[in-house]
Write a protein that binds this ligand. Structure first.
Ligand SMILES: [Zn+2]
Length: 456
């Protein structure tokens, strides 16, 4: 009852008061989710032409790219034409932001007043960026639609675990607190995930009875592990949304058991918003292709469906600082299949994780997060409190371990052996430490690779 009042009255009022008519954007996404691939492509190309024209005319960085490659606007009219433009790297964005060359002259005044946003630092070097209100509304609408597929609607109560300081500074502001009340949310700051804080939060969840839990993978897994280890009885929810990757299968199982519901994956980043969400068929991630163009590449070449590629995104709705062919830093696998739910939005069957979280074995294979499941098994059976794997060079790996009381040298040699079976013949050093620093956003960085990945 109250949920529907919030949905029908409070949210529209709130949206109205803050000039945030997300509902309109959501309606458009809801309609177009059933369009055919061909129809969606038409929407994409129409938006692409308009964005590219805008970028050419008002963004020095893109204007230069066009001239450098001897292109005119007529040369970039379709998705296939996009390959004529270079890939946009984080480094290009950082430089372009500093020199203002990647910011649209049409928005320069406006965005300067509103201020920029910063990405979290856990995925490498943070970048600064500008968006428009419209762009944020699309992003919110996509996130909400993904939730709706999982049976959760805006206005329903939910609990959130996030690194508030960095990921969601807004939540702590006054506006954030009011919004939290209206949108009926309780939140735990993952950065302060001490045992007392978790204990209080678990108590709060029990009293608050949210329908869903939302948070980054590691924080949600930590919370579930606490509930499991303390033998607290399960807290049934309708859905758990997880919006980054690198969880082990047994962690997902634990979350599903502890909260007695399915885990729903969403794929998003801070600078562009929600890229994809799972539908109730759990066939993979539906890409929000109405507002993004996705490419999967290796080097300069596009990969075919079923092959692993680095994800490249064109954000069709950010006119303040256009992201055209932005290499996000994640690896994924695109599919040709259509989903049994009959939505036209294409599927990404796998998200292999951040390219940051990939190790390179002795014979050059990429070892991505799911493979570490095997290691986790080995590590889990030892008395290891925490660990972190740092690949310093192609030939040297350091495994940092916070040992428990019963941990012995024998465990070290077992760990070394397990690492070697996964990574091949390279130097493996096991270093026993007192603690492993958590990143400020509350993400546990299990894997660190200190050199860039090269595709063959
Ligand atoms: Zn589907």
């Amino acid at each position: 009852m109250y949920a529907s009042v919030v949905r029908k009255v409070v949210i529209p009022l709130y949206d109205f008061a803050t000039g945030n008519p997300t509902r309109e954007f959501m309606r458009k996404l809801e309609q177009s989710q059933w369009f055919s691939l061909e129809e969606i492509r038409k929407i994409q190309e129409k938006r692409l032409r308009s964005l590219v024209k805008h970028a050419y005319e008002t963004v020095p960085y893109y204007h230069r790219m066009f001239r450098k490659n001897e292109l005119t606007l007529n040369d970039v009219r379709t998705i296939d034409d996009l390959t004529k433009l270079p890939i946009l790297k984080r480094e290009d964005i950082r430089k372009g932001f500093e020199t203002r060359s990647i910011i649209s002259s049409m928005y320069e005044q406006k965005v300067r007043k509103r201020g920029f946003k910063v990405t979290g630092g856990s995925t490498g070097e943070p970048i600064r960026f500008y968006t428009t209100r419209e762009n944020r509304r699309w992003a919110t609408a996509a996130r909400y639609l993904g939730w709706k597929w999982a049976g959760f609607e805006v206005g329903d109560k939910f609990a959130q675990v996030f690194g508030l300081h960095l990921d969601r500074p807004m939540l702590q502001s006054f506006k954030g607190r009011i919004e939290g009340r209206l949108k009926r949310r309780i939140a735990l700051d993952a950065y302060q995930m001490s045992e007392t804080a978790i204990e209080q939060f678990v108590q709060k969840i029990k009293e608050f009875k949210p329908k869903a839990l939302y948070g980054n993978a590691t924080s949600v897994a930590n919370l579930a592990k606490y509930i499991n280890d303390k033998r607290i009885e399960s807290i049934p929810l309708k859905s758990v949304f997880i919006d980054s990757m690198s969880l082990f299968d047994h962690e997902v199982e634990m979350i599903e058991r502890v909260f007695d519901c399915d885990v729903w994956w969403q794929y998003h980043n801070r600078e562009n918003g929600t890229f994809a969400s799972e539908c109730s068929e759990h066939n993979g991630y539906h890409l929000f292709s109405q507002i993004f163009i996705f490419e999967f590449i290796q080097g300069d070449e596009k990969v075919s469906a079923g092959e692993t590629g680095s994800i490249v995104v064109t954000d069709l709705t950010n006119y303040a600082m256009p992201f055209v062919r932005y290499e996000v830093g994640d690896l994924g696998v695109m599919s040709d299949d259509s989903c049994t739910c009959r939505r036209g939005m294409p599927l990404m069957t796998k998200l292999l994780g951040r390219t940051m979280e990939i190790l390179v074995s002795a014979n050059g294979d990429f070892i991505v997060a799911p493979f570490f499941g095997r290691l986790e098994h080995v590590f889990g059976a030892r008395d290891i409190k925490q660990y972190q794997i740092v690949q310093e060079t192609l030939s040297r790996i350091v495994v940092k371990i916070v040992p428990g009381i019963t941990y012995t040298d024998e465990d070290t040699s077992i760990v070394r052996k397990a690492m070697r079976s996964l990574m091949g013949d390279l130097e493996i050093e096991v270093e026993l430490v007192n603690s492993i620093a958590q990143s400020r956003s509350g993400k546990r960085q299990v894997i660190i690779r200190k050199f860039p990945i090269k595709f063959a």
